[in-house]
Design a protein around this ligand. Structure first.
Ligand code: NCD
Ligand code: ZN
Length: 358
């Protein structure tokens, strides 16, 4: 039996408000607990997106009623909400996990058409609160330049390419305040795996950033010391949606991250200390998260089992890792003195989760 601290996932999509048939704060935080995760930070690309006091209240009220583990909620950067320091608005960033900026994809109200729209966010968002950038390849280089120009920390979401990890390494060596995360699917899958994931439905292989080459994946593993956090980018869509003519990108990941990484520990691809650093110590520091006293995760490190969507608590009903043999299973999660999960059963009631900015 191994005892781990309560793990932190700084990048999840819980689909509330607006798409609770895919996930909500109840099912998503249940999946988190089953995965050994006691804090989730939720992304703002919901319907409506979370970008002002009213929409933040929508998400936080739902979370307060339903969450079974601790949570934070990001606000999204849009073209017209960068006045973070205007009178009466100073409090808003303090209630949010951080600011999420979508720098290359377009997301309705979270659309930032050109870099002049990035500037006021970098100027006005409080420097002691996190900014997370969804930025791929060259737009990531632009995000790093913004971190340098405005001399403030920026966290790069889900890096997947060799050029990205090498650029972050170079930026850090020059003192730029950039941190980053990588997702299990970019460490354990390449684009060659898409046919096997798809089972004849190409939509199942769709994820952003896209699965990359073996050379990219090898570069991520070789440069693990540059990577601050492991994050799932848990992006649940139902199997019917994934198999439709217009499949949305995204993979679920809350219930598979720990078994996959424990298997890699068993294979000597990383150490347990590195796992704890990237799933607890570093995200706790980067996102300025409170202590969770009397909180731990008990793992049976010798349990060999098969990943099965049918056993998962996420509402989406599928996983790109279906049928994988993994070694290491979450047995029990104790959160703030209470057994929240044990032997496949969620024991924390809805509403037990606390807001990390509460
Ligand atoms: C994300 C989602 O489904 O919300 N999908 C994904 O593939 N990561 C959206 C996104 O970040 O592009
Ligand atoms: Zn995401």
């Amino acid at each position: 039996m191994i005892k781990l601290p309560g793990l932190i996932d700084p990048h999840v999509h819980l689909r509330e408000p607006g798409a609770t048939h895919k996930e909500d704060f109840d099912s998503g935080t249940s999946a988190a607990l089953a995965g050994g995760i006691t804090t989730v930070l939720a992304m703002p690309n919901t319907k409506p997106p979370i970008f002002d006091a009213e929409t933040l209240d929508l998400a936080l009220n739902a979370a307060k009623q339903k969450a079974r583990c601790d949570y934070g909620q990001f606000v999204g950067a849009g073209p017209a909400n960068a006045n973070w320091n205007e009178s009466g608005r100073e409090a808003l960033p303090l209630q949010a996990a951080g600011l999420k900026m979508y720098l290359d994809s377009t997301f309705g109200e979270l659309r930032l058409d050109d870099m002049t729209l990035w500037m006021p966010h970098f100027e006005n968002y409080p420097k002691n609160m996190p900014i997370v950038a969804h930025s791929e390849s060259r737009s990531m280089a632009a995000a790093i330049l913004f971190a340098a120009i405005y001399d403030r920390p920026v966290h790069i979401a889900h890096i997947s390419l060799k050029e990205e990890v090498l650029l972050i390494k170079a930026a850090r060596e020059r003192g730029i305040k950039v941190t980053c995360e990588v997702c299990p699917h970019h460490l354990f899958l390449t684009k060659e795996d898409i046919p096997a994931i798809s089972h004849g439905h190409p939509g199942r292989g769709e994820v952003r950033p896209r699965l990359a080459t073996k050379e990219d994946v090898d570069a991520l593993w070789r440069n693990l010391d540059v990577i601050d956090c492991f994050a799932t980018d848990h992006a649940p869509h139902t199997i019917a949606e994934k198999d439709s003519d217009n499949p949305p990108p995204g993979f679920p990941g809350l219930e598979t991250i720990l078994p996959l990484l424990l298997t890699a520990v068993n294979d000597k691809r990383l150490t347990l200390n590195v796992l704890i650093e990237k799933m607890y110590t570093n995200p706790k520091r980067i996102f300025n998260l409170p202590d969770q006293p009397e909180t731990w995760v008990e793992v049976d490190e010798d349990s060999i089992h098969e990943i099965k969507a049918s056993e998962q608590l996420t509402r989406c009903g599928w996983t790109p890792f279906e049928g994988w043999q993994v070694k290491g299973k979450v047995r029990k999660v104790v959160l703030r003195g209470k057994t929240a999960f044990e032997d496949g059963k969620i024991l924390a009631p809805a509403g037990y989760g606390k807001n990390v900015r509460g």
